[in-house]
Design a protein around this ligand. Structure first.
Ligand code: ATP
Length: 372
């Protein structure tokens, strides 16, 4: 096992910077997720850790070993980095049995036959593949094939697993199942794992910590709770959570309200204190609140009429069964609420909605950085 460290890592493709000044410390045994939209540089980062790509600048350490530093002319090839990779398209050898597919990396390394047999059987047991060892890949389901690919990665007992969207070819139901299996397996093995995904649900459910990346720049590294509850900026706030956080322009009033023009909401005393300290009274901020923190007043637990309640027009209702996503409007201000399924709201009617101000966020207007 090993920690993985990136310091000041850049990757240029011609003039284009795919990864910009990345500093990331993945702890020994940690499950770290690299999360971000398509093209943000997740795969490029992973490929630099694996050695499939060379950084343009900066250092990469696996354990104590410096594996890449272009300034010093250091570049350790993938086969000498003691890592195992699992990709989206898990290419198994079609003519080989499950047993031989899993055994293959050990055969390559000339591990004695008896040890190979023991390790393949251990891994098969761990992954529930024991009954399938004699089958060929075409005789397996998608999930079983993906487990064989995982087996092939873990049989070597590498120091680090690198995974690039390994579940994205599976159907939704199987993905949920494999998510839990993979997480359990990683806990059991305790191997440092770096896992690339653009799926925030995958990130939230599997990661010990999540590194959120946008346009080649690391935005925030934190536990799922931290990135959800205390996003560092509007990008992270908007990317984590579904439906996404509502953002509304607000002016901070002297008496401690967020003024949206059409209506006002009162900050809690400690929130207003922060805004006063930052000299934001009379100024504009971006106010953020998640749809799940806006309630139909009929069902709200945080009722303080007149201070955090407003009458809104219901424009559209998306009924998800477990909850209702309600598109709301107050004058020119629009936002989403995630209401309990019992809510009796109707499209085209008005409803009193309550904002849970304990869950309110504010961000600087100029750069989107979180104030609280
Ligand atoms: P996705 O989720 O779509 O796979 P990603 O976050 O993994 O996206 P990368 O594959 O790391 O993104 O790509 C980051 C950026 O670098 C993209 O804009 C991509 O077009 C560019 N890029 C990647 N590889 C190369 C290359 N070999 N040559 C030129 N540009 C590249």
């Amino acid at each position: 096992m090993a920690e993985v460290r990136l310091t000041g890592v850049w990757k240029m493709f011609g003039d284009f910077a795919a990864v910009k000044d990345m500093n990331l410390h993945v702890k020994d045994g940690e499950f770290m997720i690299l999360l971000g939209p398509s093209g943000c540089g997740k795969t490029t980062t992973l490929r630099m850790i694996s050695g499939l790509e060379e950084p343009t600048k900066g250092q990469i350490y696996i354990g104590d070993k410096l594996v890449a530093d272009p300034e010093k002319g250091i570049f350790v090839p993938p086969k000498d980095r003691d890592i195992a990779m699992v990709f989206q398209s898990y290419a198994l050898y079609p003519h080989m049995t499950v047993y031989d597919n899993i055994a293959f990396p050990l055969k390559l390394r000339k591990v004695p036959k008896q040890e190979i047999d023991q390790r393949v059987r251990e891994v098969a047991e761990l992954l529930g593949l024991t009954e399938l060892l004699k089958r060929k890949p075409r005789e397996l389901s998608g999930g079983q094939r993906q487990r064989v690919a995982l087996g092939r990665a873990i049989v070597r007992k590498p120091q680090v697993f690198l995974m690039d969207e390994p579940l994205s070819n599976l159907d939704a139901k199987l993905r949920v199942k494999m998510r839990a299996e993979l997480k359990r397996l990683q806990r059991q093995l305790g191997v440092t794992t770096i896992y690339v995904t653009h799926d925030q649900v995958e990130a939230m459910t599997m990661g010990d910590r999540i590194a959120v990346i946008n346009a080649g720049v690391l935005q925030q590294v934190g536990t799922p709770d931290e990135v959800y509850d205390r996003p560092a900026n509007t990008f992270v706030a908007g990317f984590i959570g579904s439906p996404p956080m509502n953002f509304m322009n607000a002016t901070i009033t002297e008496d401690g309200f967020a003024d949206f023009g059409e209506f006002r909401l009162k900050f809690l005393p400690d929130q207003f204190e922060v805004l006063e300290e930052r000299n934001l009274v009379g100024k504009e901020v971006i106010f953020g609140i998640r749809p799940e923190d806006i309630y139909d007043a009929m069902f709200a637990q945080v009722k303080v009429p007149g201070e955090n309640m407003v009458r809104a027009m219901v424009e559209i209702i998306e009924n998800l069964g477990s909850e209702k996503i309600v598109h709301l409007r107050v004058g020119g201000v629009t936002f989403l609420g995630a209401f309990r399924s019992e809510s009796k709201v109707r499209e085209g009617q008005e409803v009193d909605v309550v904002f849970d101000m304990r869950k309110a966020h504010t961000f600087e207007k100029k750069n989107g950085k979180a104030i609280f």
